[in-house]
Design a protein around this ligand. Structure first.
Ligand code: MN
Length: 450
């Protein structure tokens, strides 16, 4: 049999009901998924608008809640930053549903690899046992692991708007509208609850740079605007004729864990041979395992894999690669998301009440579309035309084409934000009601009354 067309839609509705699909369909699905994923580069190019999600960890009913809050595929574009499996009770249904959606709507959903998408880790943390329990053999686990090996290592989101369009969303009960910025200011961050009500709203910092001061009259910035660049954000290209002129927002790099001391440019990620089990060390391992931390430079990770990296590392990397933000997952955040280092990096966590007992809320990050970025041509490998990933021709390059080190290490990179970040809308949500999980409440309600 082949899983295409109506079979695929049938599999999707079966998985949406949290019912596993037959083994032969899983085999076919995994084969199709691999065919798609093999065509993707290590760093997938993604156009805004997109909704960025963190760890799921087999919490199927919370994934359904995520889609309820964020919109369904294909109405909403999604980017999932890995750790689909392990810990929760429904790794199988969660991962297979995401995989079905990927095969059904390849341009609407991007899946990148987390450190749990690995043979070794899934053997210890639940996914292997779950497959064995649900199918009576390890075949399905093996098919899924073969897909893991082909997942991209990162994604580069371009074309995100610098500010959020005004919404007419209602205010949450606990919102304090007096603290909201005035109507004419540029909204940089907005936080909404699961009902779509606004909880917080922040204007762009008045000391941040603006590429187009006339569009931001509220800014009283003493800092000179960054010279206008014309290349596709994230490629570093400046001479491309098809770039955006009105949006100076850098690109957003999405990885599961973080940075690596072996990787100073995004191009170096593109050169890795990713089609393998996650190694115990090296660049690929670091991208999936590392964590940001309040340290200078690099540090040893208590996880035993990857590294800790400080604000200086993030700011240098972002500056060098024309990034305005790194989005990553991998660490439980009680509030669902956490911005660090002057908003140059954010952790997004999408598994509410992690392990059904941590009591945290979850979040997803929406990046809006910058209308001025239309006209880019996507190459077949998903990378942008025009720049080729080169970054040497920027305003920080001297006449000989050398990157001016001072501009990377000087106050331009470390003392302030080098780039305006994208407008960021966080939707925060709680765990799905327990009764939708098909498990009885700890004490049946009747006990209290009879
Ligand atoms: Mn992780």
């Amino acid at each position: 049999m082949s899983i295409g067309g109506s079979d695929l839609d049938k599999a999707i509705s079966q998985l949406r009901a949290c019912r596993p699909i037959p083994e032969n369909q899983v085999r076919e699905l995994c084969y199709k998924a691999r065919e798609l994923l093999i065509e993707e580069g290590n760093v997938v190019g993604v156009d805004a608008p997109v909704t960025i999600c963190g760890d799921i960890h087999g919490q199927f009913h919370d994934l359904m809640e995520l889609f309820r809050v964020g919109g369904d595929v294909p109405d909403t574009n999604y980017l999932f930053m890995g750790d689909f499996v392990d810990r929760g009770f429904y790794s199988l249904e969660s991962f297979l549903l995401l995989l079905c959606l990927k095969v059904r709507h390849p341009d609407r959903i991007t899946l990148i690899r987390g450190n749990h998408e690995s043979r070794q880790i899934t053997t210890v943390y639940g996914f292997y046992d779950e497959c064995l329990r649900k199918y009576g053999s390890a075949n399905v686990w093996r098919y899924c692991c073969e897909v893991f090996d082909y997942l991209a290592l990162g994604a580069l989101v371009t074309g995100a708007a610098t500010s959020l369009p005004p919404t007419s969303a209602p205010l949450a009960d606990n919102a304090n509208p007096d603290s909201f910025p005035s109507d004419d200011s540029e909204i940089e961050v907005e936080t909404l609850n699961a009902q779509g009500e606004i909880m917080y709203r922040y204007a762009r910092n008045s000391d941040s740079q603006s590429s187009n001061p006339t569009s931001n009259p509220a800014s009283s910035s003493p800092i000179a605007p960054t010279p206008s660049r014309t290349g596709a954000a994230g490629t570093g290209a400046t001479s491309s004729a098809n770039g955006s002129k009105s949006n100076d927002t850098g690109a957003v790099l999405c990885v599961h864990g973080g940075l690596s001391p072996l990787i100073d440019t995004i191009d170096k990620i593109r050169l890795l041979d990713r089609k393998q089990e996650v190694p115990h060390e090296g660049a690929m391992c670091d991208l999936l395992w590392s964590d940001p931390d309040e340290i200078d430079g690099w540090g040893l990770s208590p996880r035993g894999a990857g590294f800790l990296f400080g604000a200086d590392i993030v700011k240098c990397f972002n500056h060098r690669n024309d990034l305005s933000l790194i989005a990553r997952a991998h660490q439980l955040v009680m509030e669902g998301f956490k911005e660090m280092f002057d908003s140059t990096i954010v952790t997004v966590w999408s598994a509410p009440n992690y392990c059904y007992r941590c009591g945290n809320v979850a979040a997803i990050l929406e990046l809006g579309e910058d209308g001025s970025n239309a006209g880019f041509v996507r190459r077949s490998n998903g990378e942008r035309g025009g720049g080729g990933g080169g970054w040497i021709l920027g305003s920080n390059v001297d006449g000989n084409g050398n990157r001016r080190l001072s501009s990377v290490l000087g106050e331009g990179a470390l003392g302030q934000r080098a780039r305006d970040g994208p407008g960021r809308r966080y939707r925060v949500f709680e765990a799905a009601p327990q009764d939708s999980r098909g498990m009885p409440a700890k004490k049946p309600v009747a006990d209290y009354f009879l």
